[in-house]
Design a protein around this ligand. Sequence first.
Ligand code: GLY
Ligand code: MN
Ligand code: MN
Length: 445
Amino acid sequence: MISFAEHRARFLELLTQERAAAVVATSPHRIRNHDAEYRFRPDSDFWWLTGFAEPESVLVLLPALTAETRPRTVLFLREKDRERETWTGRRLGVTAATAKLGIDEARRIENLWTDLPQLLKGYERIVHRTGIDEARDREMLAVFAKLRATAKAASPPPVALLDPAPMLHELRLFKDASELDTMRRAARITRDAHVAAMRTAKPGVNEREIDALLDATFRRLGGTGAAYTNIVAGGANATILHYVLNDQPLRDGDLLLVDAGSEVDWYASDVTRTFPVNGRFTAEQRAVYQVVLDAQLAAIDAVRPGAAFDAPHERALEKLCAGLVDLGIVDGTAAEVLAAEGFKRFYMHRTSHWLGLDVHDCGAYLANGSARALEPGMVLTIEPGLYFAEDDAAIDARWRGIGVRIEDDVLVTREGHEVLTRGIPKTVDEIEAACAGRVPALSGA
Ligand code: GLY
Ligand code: MN
Ligand code: MN
């Protein structure tokens, strides 16, 4: 069980040091078209602090300003309403909220903007993320104005609006044991979805069918769904990094790149596997695949406490450059290709990002201007690739249209690392066995 109370306590400790209060809102409803909404997904900061997934809710965290007072948390949420609940779903309601969520006080969401000036009185700084909901930003500025207008010498108005990144997002960057259990569960479901894709893909099957199979597997096995839009890219579609149309028939002799991860309790996994549509790599596909796999394994090996965040990327680049030279795709030595960035035409993204509630999770990448050191509890992806455009006249025709990426999720541990997404077929032999249906469909997620 994730301890949201512990998360709130940790954030309140930092807020106390800063003499700051925080106002953390969940996501707004998002319209897909006309009046049809996307399925609601809570804001990650808000979820991390509350474990509450209803829309129209705002958490206010108020650290103690004096030795005599205690820190307080106030949740604004929708009141129970029989008629509205008939239309849009069940509500927790104000009365049940404190006991259920361990919050000190619950109030109706309609009172948020009238109550806030009083609640925020006396705090020098207010933490609030702007730029998500313009109407909410305007209301926050009005609260600031009101606090200024009513300030007394004994309780001066706030002087700064702070972004949550330096405090809250640094906390979220380090995953505790229960968060990691959740991420391992997401990884197991993702394993089963990728194995299902390998078993099902064959010439004539449409990318759309694999896309649907991934979504079905993510939800059938207990996840909230896909952590991000699935990428199901057959043949040269794999050379388009964010290909999400997923609507083309798979062709005999092509590779299929699947970048898809399940989300469990709103925690993401993020995995890419690339495998042959007909179950057998061609010589060229296998050669490119092996270069990317060697780069990925070397990068994973570089994940350990104290290593720079960039170290895995640098290891991957060395291997990719050596591979490009060995395959005869680029001229010169590996060191020359690396120095001149001759790899960029075929590897144009970076190797890692943080992973957590958000697929590109929060947390700074730099400390004092350079790549920060890895520390236990951080989770990052390792995802090198090589992409040869189908119209790249500068390379031999046999490489054109091949796109390979291999991506796993890696936890930094005290001893080194743990690959959370291990057990998903990855070597050439494992992949060909999975495509032939010789790998168990379920891991028992
Ligand atoms: N699936 C998004 C990424 O790999 O970063
Ligand atoms: Mn990724
Ligand atoms: Mn990915």
